[in-house]
Ligand binder design. Structure first.
Ligand code: NAD
Ligand code: DAU
Length: 335
């Protein structure tokens, strides 16, 4: 099979390409990525010479570059490329509409025109909004996005749905909870807290630290997407999550404990605007209908992740360039 993967130089996309090429030795992967601040080819050095892999730098809204790739024949599009960080969407919502909505529609149009066999759209549980103290998001939960990021992802989900309903395109939408693991850009909670702890810097916890996220080790997300590619029923949505709900302060304290650093590094800072209180996924559909199950629980996944960042400080230093420092200062100076 020939896969066109978008956003393969990002966190989940790069993990997915590693996972996929290791597992499916006969298949071919074309990676299309604009290499924004979040895209790092350093995350793909191990496979850059793999004969079953090629990379093209392109914005997903750029039809001129994408068209010849589709013309050569694509069996499956796996669409990861997105602006993905909630805090950045509060600073600059326009970039999120451009990539997440227009970019997705451009790809859908090409997939339709070139008769692509399947389009897997990698979405998020954030499109469902927020939960109170109880309950889980199911595939029937109404969409109620609260941030510009999640609103743009919900927009892209609806566009995917429309291409299925109107044009009969074979699509799946996956909605996963928070991922963590190797190659995650250090603007996100877990790598940011690991790195700050290693540097003996303050760990900025938003609000009261009691917001809850449902954590999934990235390899488990990759195995779920692989199953959806092979077995997903056209038009269906699949929630993905491993029942690992933790408060943010719990996550931060596990990291400090694992690294042998003091709790005094925790600094409570001004809350995120519109901060969703709790996410939790009901993944029973993908478990029962496709036979998926995660390999890692939170305790083993977080230890493995901390170990990876300890062993890969070169990678971390490469991605924390001047642009990252500028973002960090803007984001945290005013809190
Ligand atoms: P990321 O920010 O680490 O990577 C995004 C990638 O997309 C980068 O390589 C970037 O260069 C590329 N990109 C951005 N704009 C582009 C454009 N216009 N054209 C081409 N490439 C572009 O994101 P991630 O955390 O790996 O998330 C990947 C996908 O998974 C996203 O669609 C996100 O919404 C979804 N998702 C993420 C999580 C999570 O916890 N990180 C959970 C569920 C779903
Ligand atoms: O739920 C899936 C989503 O998870 C994905 O769709 C997004 O792409 C991904 O970024 C992630 O969104 P979150 O906003 O949940 O992740 P983030 O790592 O930014 O924050 C996790 C929690 O930690 C959230 O409650 C905010 C809090 N936080 C985050 C940062 C960066 C802090 O307390 N301090 C911080 O410095």
């Amino acid at each position: 099979m020939r896969l066109l993967v978008t956003g393969g130089a990002g966190f989940i996309g790069s993990n997915f390409i590693h996972y996929y090429l290791n597992k499916h030795l006969e298949d071919y992967v074309i990676n299309v990525d604009a290499l924004t601040y979040a895209g790092n080819l350093e995350s793909l050095t191990e496979i850059e010479n793999n004969p079953n892999y090629e990379f093209h730098r392109s914005d997903i809204t750029n039809r001129e570059i994408l068209e010849p790739l589709f013309e050569r024949g694509v069996d499956v599009v796996v669409h990861f490329a997105a602006e993905s960080h909630v805090d950045r969407s509060i600073l600059d919502p326009g970039a999120f509409v451009h990539t997440n909505v227009l970019g997705t529609q451009t790809l859908l149009d090409l997939a339709k025109h070139y008769n692509v066999g399947k389009f897997v759209h990698v979405s998020t549980d954030e499109v469902y909004g927020t939960l109170g103290d109880t309950g889980l998001f199911t595939e029937q939960t109404p969409l109620a996005p609260n941030s510009p990021y999640s609103a743009s992802k919900a927009g892209s989900d609806l566009m995917v749905r429309a291409y299925h309903e109107t044009f009969g395109l074979n699509v799946n939408i996956t909605r996963c909870s928070n991922n963590y693991g190797p190659y995650q850009f250090p603007e996100k909670l877990i790598p940011l807290m690991i790195q700050n702890a290693l540097d003996d810097k303050a760990l900025p916890v938003y609000g009261d630290g009691l917001n809850v996220r449902d954590w999934l080790y990235v390899e488990d997300h990759c195995s779920a997407i692989d199953l959806v590619i092979r077995k997903g029923i056209s038009g269906e949505v699949y929630n993905i999550g491993g029942n690992n709900e933790r408060t943010n302060i719990h996550v931060v304290k596990t990291i400090l404990e694992e690294l042998g650093k003091p709790d005094s590094l925790v600094q409570y800072v001004q809350d995120r605007l519109g901060h969703d209180r709790r996410y939790a996924i009901d993944a029973s559909k993908i478990r029962t209908e496709l036979g998926w199950s995660p390999k890692y629980d939170y305790e083993s996944g977080i230890r493995k992740t901390i170990r990876w960042y300890l062993d890969n400080q070169d990678w971390m230093n490469q991605v924390r360039t001047g642009a990252y420092q500028q973002y960090y200062d803007t984001q945290y100076r005013s809190r």
